[in-house]
Design a protein around this ligand. Sequence first.
Ligand code: HEM
Length: 213
Amino acid sequence: MNATIKKASWWFFALLAVVIGLYPAIYFWADSNFGLLQSKPETLLADPVWNVAFYTHILCGGFALLSGWIQFDKGLRDRKRKLHKRIGMAYVTAVFFSSLAGIYIGLFATGGLVSILGFVSLGVIWLCTTMMGWFTAKKHDYVAHEDWMIFSYAAAFAAVTLRIWLPILIVLHQGEFIPAYHIVAWLCWVPNILVAFWLVRRRRVASQSIRNA
Ligand code: HEM
């Protein structure tokens, strides 16, 4: 790929991560009727456990999205290994809390079973791939570590892709929210994981051909 296109795509990817990573902040400033909260029943909004889980999820998820992309910059990683380790631990901690809270609030997702299964599966995948990324780093298996973290961040990036797909799907469903939401609960992460598979495979093939050369 042309170096300029590669650089531009990288900065576009970073910009999306930063914009959506900062988006949860609006929930802390806006009134209690903002965004998704409008679609929730009063009983759920009054539930303290759901509220703690919701705010933990969006705060830690926002942090994970904001910090994760920096870790893929190879130059920075090679020059500042300690910084990479510190940001990595903060990312893993944030994902741990955000994914568990995401799985819990997923059980109350708008749209019922189809949305619930989509979000809960995403939460489990995000938690497992991130923990695998952490364990492999601890074992100094850095090839596997990078692979798992590609999967982990592809899952985190569902927060970005959801906000790209959802308005398109709502338009395609003539303004109806629920059918669009059923689809987006899956479409926000399945293609991301497929792209992660492709990236990991491409890395493996490239390192194999270097070893064979
Ligand atoms: C990758 C795993 C993730 C899972 C499993 C997940 C799960 C969920 C669920 C279940 C909801 C509530 C949906 C509903 O009740 O209908 C939600 C909402 C939300 N999530 Fe996540 N999420 C993930 C990642 C993230 C990340 C990385 C962020 C950071 C930006 C984030 C920010 C939000 C926000 C702000 C909302 C409120 C809805 C909105 O304003 O659009 N989530 N998430």
